[in-house]
Design a protein around this ligand. Structure first.
Ligand SMILES: O=C(O)CCC(=O)C(=O)O
Ligand SMILES: [Fe+2]
Length: 302
């Protein structure tokens, strides 16, 4: 362990089997880097940014979300060779089947995705098909400060944000696969002229990993859910106004039909205390507003 809390992500050179993937990584929600997994994928020859973008626009199942393209069912399978563990997890009844998505990211050099974690307790499996991206992952046990009620970290100086956090910093190179567990914050910077990655997302039905950020997520989602379904028309209207005003980049409204099941059941008192903890971030939020404006121009195209 070094003084600045940088750790080294678990790294292997061959895909684990399904049972090992579950036991060592997915059940424990620990990240994994598989080097060179996609070395021989036809996509490495076939995909080129302009052509791929044009092709994705012709596919009826695919939606252009601005930041990425997304499909709820398989597309361009002829160009990729999914490892067995991935096929098995996507087909398994351990996950919510309506949570599965195929996403395509086509980015030019220096494209930057700021610190956030994916909502709906999403697990992400990413393959860097072309180019290279630098990732920083921050453990949900040392969460970053967020904008109130959101999964987006305050836009502040990175060195200060990472002080005393447990994090991994590494390059995802052409052909590498990354398993990103739920609630791990990440920021990503594209490092080559052409950068293409594909990722699959899924949400487990259950979890026994009760990290600090998991608790906050359950509490903020519980609160948002109670505002949305409140008996008071005023509360419901305030909720709807706030959601409409917020950028629709992370599915802030908790889109899944069912919550993930876990031993953590926050009490009403905990939800109320969460409400006030979130409000306490308002002063910090105001201080970062100039950064928010410039970042939203780049990010929120949905
Ligand atoms: O590749 C990027 O720029 C962002 C990726 C990301 O946030 C994700 O896959 O969840
Ligand atoms: Fe993400």
């Amino acid at each position: 362990m070094s003084g600045d809390n940088t750790h080294t992500i678990a790294t292997v050179t061959a895909a684990p089997g399904y049972a090992e993937f579950l036991e060592a990584y997915c059940d424990k929600e620990q990240p994994l880097l598989i080097k060179g997994l996609a070395k021989n994928w036809p996509a490495r020859e076939r995909w080129q940014s302009g052509r791929l973008r044009a092709e994705l626009h012709t596919l009826p199942k695919v939606r252009d979300r601005g930041v990425f393209f997304v499909s709820r069912s398989p597309v361009l399978e002829q160009d990729i060779e999914m490892p067995e563990f991935l096929k098995e997890i996507l087909a398994s009844d351990r996950i919510m089947q309506d949570s599965v998505a195929w996403r395509f990211w086509i980015n030019s050099r220096n494209n930057r995705t700021e610190f956030h974690y994916d909502t709906n307790a999403e697990n992400v499996i990413t393959v860097q098909v072309k180019g290279r991206k630098e990732w920083v992952l921050v453990s949900p046990e040392t969460p970053l400060p967020c904008y109130p009620f959101t999964n987006f970290s305050l836009l502040k100086d990175e060195q200060r944000l990472l002080r005393n956090k447990r994090f991994y910093k590494f390059d995802l190179e052409e052909g590498d696969l990354l398993y990103l567990p739920p609630h791990w914050y990440h920021r990503v910077v594209a490092k080559e002229d052409e950068n293409i990655n594909i990722n699959w997302t899924f949400t487990k039905r259950e979890t026994s990993v009760i990290s600090k950020e998991f608790k906050r997520d359950m509490e903020r989602c519980g609160l948002l859910h109670s505002f949305k379904n409140s008996d008071s028309a005023l509360v419901r209207r305030c909720y709807e106004t706030a959601i409409r005003a917020l950028p629709n980049v992370g599915g802030i409204g908790w889109g899944l039909k069912s919550f993930i099941s876990s031993p953590y059941k926050p009490s009403r008192g905990t939800l109320v205390s969460r409400f006030f903890k979130e409000l306490l971030q308002i002063p910090n939020t105001l201080l970062t507003l100039p950064n928010v404006r410039s970042t939203l121009k780049k990010v929120d195209k949905t």
